[in-house]
Design a protein. Structure first.
Length: 312
């Protein structure tokens, strides 16, 4: 049993929910999750009533900062991924980071692990990319020693935004649209593998380094969609439609939904044709790389976590 306090700001999302499961499996018992998504915090409470779970707007100073006293480590997970309002990205990716770094310094926290993103090296120019670049630089300039992990597109249990949302949408509609040819290179990363990397950083008290954590298999977007369809046994027909039509449909959707699941900015990032560095992270961190087909099966067919759906 490991009773050292580990704080997970933004821990009710995809990585955090998966990380809590795996930390507990490794014997970590003193976990503190801070997040402002009430519905997803409720899901976490139902699954893990034995850990500290607290609502907190990390972009505002508050009582949540008390947790950083005598904390062993912080895994900085909070992130605004989608949306159409830059202010949301600024608050949740930048303002929150500034306040967390201040709390880390004031609490003399021993270790920080910063979860950045592969988009900091992307040719995309959207709100997420812009603010994640600024966030990483803020952490690097803070003087707080930490490893910086840059994952590519992740999938796994509790995925409410990426492949998880696509799988649920596929089950609801007779036709599943694909923009253009659909042959856009992706390097999807299984979140279970990524969580094991984070735990390796914790166990080994890693304090420096920037690591590009890419999926080891390069797969076209349309091949990912076909794999989801096969694994989930969805009946939707996969239909390619012109990029311009797909863009217009996303724009139209955004006129009626303030928080759409997929935006025109994300569409532009999808077709940007970025290819990210593949390093030997299994060797560096001493973890296993799960094959894509096995990871997809674990994602959608796990008897417990494969059925849990977070709120978008």
């Amino acid at each position: 049993m490991n009773q050292q306090k580990i704080i997970l700001p933004g821990g009710a999302g995809l990585v955090g929910q998966n990380l809590v499961v795996r930390l507990k499996e490794r014997g970590y018992t003193n976990l503190v999750v801070l997040d402002k998504h009430r519905a997803n915090l409720d899901v976490l409470r139902q699954l893990h009533p034995d850990i500290v779970i607290e609502y907190a707007d990390l972009a505002e100073p508050g009582d949540w900062q008390r947790h950083f006293t005598q904390a062993r480590a912080v895994v900085m997970l909070q992130a605004q991924i989608g949306g159409n309002d830059y202010i949301d990205f600024e608050r949740n990716n930048l303002t929150s980071t500034h306040l967390i770094l201040d709390a880390i310094k004031a609490g003399q926290v021993e270790q920080l692990i910063h979860i950045s993103s592969s988009v900091v090296q992307s040719s995309a120019d959207d709100f997420y990319t812009q603010t994640k670049k600024l966030q990483e630089q803020m952490v690097a300039d803070s003087g707080v020693p930490c490893p910086i992990l840059r994952p590519t597109l992740m999938f796994g249990w509790f995925d409410r935004k990426h492949l998880g949302w696509l799988s649920r949408f596929m089950k609801k509609v007779p036709i599943f649209p694909i923009p253009g040819s659909g042959r856009y290179l992706r390097q999807p990363l299984y979140v279970g593998d990524f969580c094991n990397i984070i735990i390796s950083c914790l166990d080994n008290k890693m304090s420096k380094g920037i690591f590009n954590i890419s999926g080891h298999e390069k797969i076209d977007y349309i091949a990912i969609i076909r794999a989801i369809k096969k694994t989930t046994k969805a009946g939707a027909y996969i239909l390619r439609i012109p990029y311009s039509v797909f863009y217009f449909l996303l724009w139209l959707w955004s006129q009626f939904d303030s928080n759409p699941p997929f935006t025109t900015q994300q569409l532009a990032a999808l077709v940007a044709r970025d290819e990210f560095e593949v390093i030997d992270w299994p060797g560096i961190f001493g973890v296993t790389c799960t094959g894509f087909d096995k990871a997809i099966d674990e994602t959608f067919n796990h008897p417990v976590y494969g059925r849990v759906v977070l709120e978008f």
